[in-house]
Design a protein around this ligand. Structure first.
Ligand code: HPA
Ligand code: ZN
Length: 324
């Protein structure tokens, strides 16, 4: 991957669209929607991007997204991501969004979906990026609210590619969401879940055995459990690892100490992703570059990681014809 070769072509499989909300767009949306912000300006907001853990990030993440009110806001958000992603070599993106984080503050689901789709439905033509949507349940709001959310999403199932599980992990194990994941599976949707980011390896076991997920988001704490590593390797269950996120949320002490090489050595299908790039200091190719710089990964490994992103994706025949 010489500097003049440009970024490796890749798929992005772990990307929260609300986590691409850059401070400039926060202020632009706040201004046009008349929303008061507890920050004087873009610089002050950016200076607040220092986190102790997942919860301290989530507090700011939910606060900032309060400026997203209209379909146009969601369209602008997705367009801004696609423009950045194109520069980072992204050819296909399976994008998370958090319906409950919007519906709970009075923004109708249809506004969110219509706004995102106004951008994403033409992403291939405009940006060379095919896109799919994955609706995530906020695990800290519990299984009952997840089911209510699913009942609202179900009429729109054809607009979705999958469901996921995110937000504060510890104390909110995957097994509580078995019923709602079963309903989504019956509707023909793909299943993924965040597990093993801050939570223990047991949450990863639950995600694969109880929820039946096809990919594990983060999953880095699997490295603590040899039997789990063997299982993930045997089944080729992909992990969507987000290195800069892991450092910023202090799940790992430094990128140079990230245990990603152990995951690769154990034979896992590992992919590299940006998670919430506006907050964590880089988009997806910035994660690749940081792995080269700080973990010493070579071109061959980086190329394999990029290839894994297509192997781990839910691309269908239409996508495949365009991408591979
Ligand atoms: N983990 C859990 N929930 C999230 C994250 C994350 O990294 N990003 C946005 N919501
Ligand atoms: Zn995430």
């Amino acid at each position: 991957m010489r500097p003049d070769a440009g970024p490796l072509p890749k798929a992005e499989l772990h990307l929260h669209i609300e986590g691409t909300l850059e401070p400039e767009l926060v202020f632009a949306c706040a201004r046009r929607n008349g929303v008061e912000l507890p920050f004087a300006d873009v610089e002050q907001l950016r200076r607040a991007y220092v986190f102790d853990d997942l919860q301290s990030f989530l507090d700011l993440y939910y606060l900032a997204m309060n400026v997203l009110r209209t379909a146009q806001d969601f369209t602008d958000l997705a367009d801004a991501y696609l423009a950045r992603a194109r520069e980072q070599g992204v050819r296909h993106a399976e994008i998370f969004f958090d319906p409950q984080a919007h519906v709970s503050r009075g923004v109708p689901l249809e506004v969110v979906l219509d706004g995102l789709e106004a951008s994403l439905s033409t992403s291939a033509e405009r940006f060379g990026i095919s896109t799919r949507l994955i609706a995530c349940f906020l695990r800290d709001r519990g299984a009952r609210e997840a089911m209510t959310t699913w009942e609202a999403l179900a009429p729109h199932a054809a607009r979705l590619h999958g469901v996921g599980l995110d937000s504060a992990e510890v104390g909110h194990p995957p097994e509580a969401f078995a019923e709602v994941f079963g309903a989504a599976r019956d509707a023909g949707l793909h299943l993924v879940a965040h597990a093993g980011e801050e939570g223990p390896p047991d949450y990863v076991w639950q995600a694969i055995d109880v929820l039946g997920v096809e990919r594990v988001d983060h999953g880095i704490r699997a490295v603590e459990d040899r039997a789990l590593l063997d299982r993930l390797a045997r089944d080729r269950t992909p992990l969507t690892v987000c290195p800069l996120s892991n450092v910023r949320l202090r799940c790992v002490p430094a990128l140079s100490e990230h245990r990603l090489p152990e995951l690769l050595d154990a034979g896992l299908l590992v992919t590299i992703n940006s998670d919430d790039p506006a907050y964590f200091g880089g988009y997806v190719d910035d994660n690749f570059q940081a792995l080269r710089r700080e973990l010493g990964l070579g071109d061959d490994v980086l190329r394999e990681l990029a290839a894994n992103s297509f192997r781990a994706s839910f691309i269908d025949e239409d996508d495949r014809a365009r991408l591979l």
